[in-house]
Design a protein around this ligand. Structure first.
Ligand SMILES: O=C(O)CCC(=O)C(=O)O
Length: 221
């Protein structure tokens, strides 16, 4: 268990393990959603987003989260109700599924949190990640979210994070740019973005390092 009161396990997608067929199914779901998004944006190549996830070097991963109930945490002298602190997902698209214990909240605007009801047998929660925000020049926005612990029940969730390959170039296609909608983000590689992610705090907005205006920003500031 880590200091934030939850346990998390990470599988690097592509390893041989029992969860591979689940990962393949959710990757396919993520790809279909991305193809519909690309069609909705009228991008001529509708697989231009899903191709990042289909790449054999894709850096996608599956994370399993386990949030013990607050009652149990209090016995261990930790009473933090926040199981997973607020953040945006750095990747392209997240497909999240949980048991029937609520806890996920999204923040459409600063300081305002909306609970997301779990529907374990019927629904996935789909989050736009930072890389998709950059790829669509801000048309789809990366959603800030967090997970709260339940007072008496254990919450479990599993999140598939669809990501590009390390050397993939994240750049908005020219069809989405115009003099009225100039590029908001400079092109970057997924590797560069991951470095920015790991050198900042969980809740930081890392896309600000890649905005066109912040070309000269220093990550160490
Ligand atoms: O457990 C949840 O509902 C949220 C998990 C999450 O945000 C994450 O794993 O990045």
């Amino acid at each position: 268990m880590n200091g934030r009161g939850y346990v998390c396990l990470i599988w690097v997608v592509g390893d041989r393990c029992a969860v591979n067929s689940y990962v393949e199914a959710v990757r396919e779901l993520a790809c279909e959603i991305l193809e519909l998004m690309a069609a909705g944006l009228r991008v001529p190549d509708t697989s231009m987003l899903s191709n990042f996830l289909r790449d054999s070097d894709s850096d996608s991963l599956l994370r399993l989260n386990h949030y013990p109930p607050l009652q149990l945490l209090q016995l261990l002298n930790t009473s933090n109700k926040i199981g997973f602190g607020e953040h945006t997902d750095p990747q392209i698209l997240t497909i999240l599924r949980s048991n029937d214990v609520p806890g996920l909240q999204i923040s459409p605007q600063d300081g305002f949190w909306v609970p997301v009801s779990p529907h374990p047998s019927t629904a996935f929660c789909v989050n736009v990640g930072d890389a998709l925000q950059a790829l669509t020049n801000g048309r789809f926005l990366s959603v800030r979210h967090r997970a709260m612990v339940n007072s008496c029940r254990t919450r479990m969730s599993m999140a598939y994070f669809g990501a590009p390959a390390p050397n993939a170039r994240i750049a908005c296609p020219p069809e989405l740019l115009s003099p009225h909608k100039p590029n908001l983000y400079r092109p970057f590689t997924w590797d560069e973005y991951k470095k920015a992610t790991y050198s900042t705090k969980l809740g930081d907005t890392r896309l600000r390092f890649f905005t066109v205006q912040s070309d000269h920003d220093d990550l160490s500031e």
